[in-house]
Each structure stands twice: as structure tokens, then as C-alpha cells.
Design a binder for this molecule. Structure first.
Ligand code: NAD
Length: 276
């Protein structure tokens, strides 16, 4: 696919990996719809174990990405809500007249031993990480069919192997990969390609506001900073000895958007941490 002039929706675009991917497509001349919770997160602040992106993050992402030129707009969305996904698609079409690429990047995490893991947290992880892909893709499909449309789902290395204390998150990311493969097989006849990216360790809010703290607590390294913990995990587990960045994921997303003969894959970008 030639990216210039196409319309790209990125969910979870206010910060982290989504923001990096949106910036890369903007630099290639695409119209960008930055979709995130925004004001919805402000209204429900404190209802998750770490803060999700607020309206200020979405506004700052828009400013950032507008600097790359091209057309950019923000739309508030809760990907776990059908009407909200439909509204995102309708407004994107109203603004840009076409839809070409959907990046299902919005995701959340909660960790902890399964024995005490809250059912509410399990359900919310699945509602965002799995059902969110289904709902937004379903709303977008009528505009992608026959159009050479592309769907990119952000899964994880946690969708390739299990990790302790990560049952709900791993199960959701395995599910995202299964859904990716089913969609790829089913939608090929409509010229829609569907692939996943499996990031390794990226220093976003998900890592620093949750995983690093959980990891530190689990190993009782209470004197370590979250940065020390993150770096220790990289040193111990990543053959290339380096963390991954939103730009690494953006490079993979651009490749998957362009690679006309690639569908159904889950591309791991993890410095060798996971090799399949
Ligand atoms: P992040 O927390 O910075 O970004 C996630 C974004 O999703 C946030 O902006 C958040 O507001 C948004 N979001 C959450 N719930 C939403 C909802 N219901 N509707 C709309 N938006 C919602 O973390 P990140 O690391 O940038 O995560 C991006 C994706 O990458 C996630 O799917 C995550 O599971 C995946 N991932 C991250 C890592 C990592 O090391 N950071 C590794 C593997 C996979």
C-alpha cells in the first residue's frame, strides 16, 4: 500500500507506542485519526491501577503529530464500547472520506497471582485488549472491503509465551493473535490484510506505571528505581541487550501496511527476548 493520502486510525494514540506509530504514518503523508480515551479517562480517573491517557495527552499528541504536516484529528473513544467504535469510524469517514488502515493499539494490563486476581480486572482486560479489536474492526470493515485495507493489531511477546502473574494479559494477547489469524484468513477475499505486532519491552506508561512496580515488588527490590528494574529485566532477558521503542513498533507497522503479500503474521519486535 502507498501510505501517502490514506486515512489511518490509531487507537491508544495519545502516548506510548500508539503515538509513535501515528507519528510515523503522519511523516509518510497519511491523514491521522488519533483515538484515545481522553476526556473519558479524566471522568473515570482512579478506576484502573495506573492512569490511562487523559485529554491533555491527546491534545499534546495532536500538536506533536500536526508538526509532521498532513491532516490530523482527535476523537475520543472507548474501544470496549460498540457505539463509541461506530462513532469513531463515522467521524473519521466524515472528516476524510475514506478509511484505509486501522491500528488496534489500545491496551491495558493488570498483573498478580491468579489465586487472588479480580474477575473485574480479567473482564476489563479482555474487553479492551480483545473485544476492542473486534468492535472497531467490525465497524471499519464496510469501508475497508475491496479497498486494499489493512488492520494491524498490537499484541505482545505475552501473546507468544506465558509469564507468571500475567495470566489475564497473556491470555488476552494470545487471543489477539488468534483473532488476527482468523481475520486474515476470512478477510483475504476482500483484499484486507490483517497482521499483529508483538512488542518486547518498551518504556511506556504500561511498563513504568505498572510492570516495573509489580516486578520490583515481586522480587522485593524495593530500593531499585523503576528505571533500574526495567534495565535489569532488559539485561537479564534480551539477547540484543536493548529495550524497544515506539519507533521500532512504528517501523514494523509501516512495513506491515506496505507488505502486499503478508497477512496473518505476528511480527515479534523484541531484541530476541522471544524468537517466534
Ligand atoms: P500505554 O498505556 O502508554 O498506551 C495504551 C493506550 O491505550 C493509552 O493511551 C490508553 O489511554 C489507551 N486505552 C486504554 N484503554 C482504552 C480504551 N478502553 N479505549 C481507548 N483507548 C484506551 O502503553 P503502551 O505500552 O504504549 O501500550 C500500547 C500497546 O502495546 C498495548 O496494546 C500494549 O498491550 C502493547 N504492548 C506494550 C508493551 C510495552 O512494553 N510497553 C509490550 C508489549 C505490548
Amino acid at each position: 500500500m502507498e501510505i501517502k493520502g490514506k486515512t489511518v486510525i490509531v487507537t491508544g494514540a495519545a502516548r506510548g507506542i500508539g503515538r509513535g506509530i501515528a507519528g510515523a504514518f503522519a511523516r509518510e503523508g497519511a491523514n491521522i485519526v488519533l483515538a484515545d480515551l481522553g476526556g473519558l479517562a479524566d471522568k473515570t480517573a482512579g478506576d484502573w491501577n495506573y492512569a490511562l491517557a487523559a485529554e491533555a495527552d491527546l491534545t499534546s499528541a495532536e500538536k506533536d503529530i500536526k508538526a509532521h504536516g498532513g491532516k490530523t484529528m482527535t476523537i475520543e473513544v472507548d474501544v470496549s464500547d460498540r457505539a463509541s467504535c461506530q462513532n469513531l469510524v463515522d467521524k473519521s469517514i466524515a472528516a476524510f472520506g475514506r478509511l484505509d488502515v486501522i491500528v488496534n493499539n489500545a491496551g491495558i494490563i493488570q498483573t498478580g497471582p491468579l489465586v487472588g486476581f479480580a474477575e473485574r480486572d480479567w473482564d476489563r482486560i479482555f474487553a479492551v485488549n480483545v473485544k476492542g479489536i473486534f468492535l472497531l474492526s467490525q465497524a471499519a470493515l464496510p469501508y475497508l472491503m475491496g479497498n486494499g485495507g489493512v488492520i494491524i493489531n498490537i499484541a505482545s511477546v505475552a501473546g507468544k509465551r506465558g509469564f507468571p502473574h500475567m495470566g489475564a494479559y497473556c491470555a488476552s494477547k494470545f487471543a489477539a493473535i488468534g483473532l488476527t489469524q482468523s481475520m486474515a484468513a476470512e478477510l483475504a477475499e476482500y483484499a484486507i490484510r490483517v497482521n499483529a505486532i508483538c512488542p518486547g519491552n518498551v518504556d511506556t506508561a504500561m511498563w513504568f506505571d505498572h510492570l516495573s512496580k509489580a516486578e520490583r515488588q515481586r522480587h522485593l527490590h524495593s530500593t531499585n528505581t523503576v528505571e533500574d528494574t526495567f534495565n535489569a529485566v532488559i539485561d537479564a532477558t534480551v539477547p540484543l541487550g536493548r529495550e524497544q521503542s515506539p519507533d521500532d513498533m512504528a517501523e514494523a507497522a509501516l512495513y506491515l501496511a506496505r507488505a502486499e503479500n503478508v497477512t496473518g503474521i505476528s511480527l515479534t519486535v523484541a531484541g530476541g527476548f522471544v524468537m517466534n
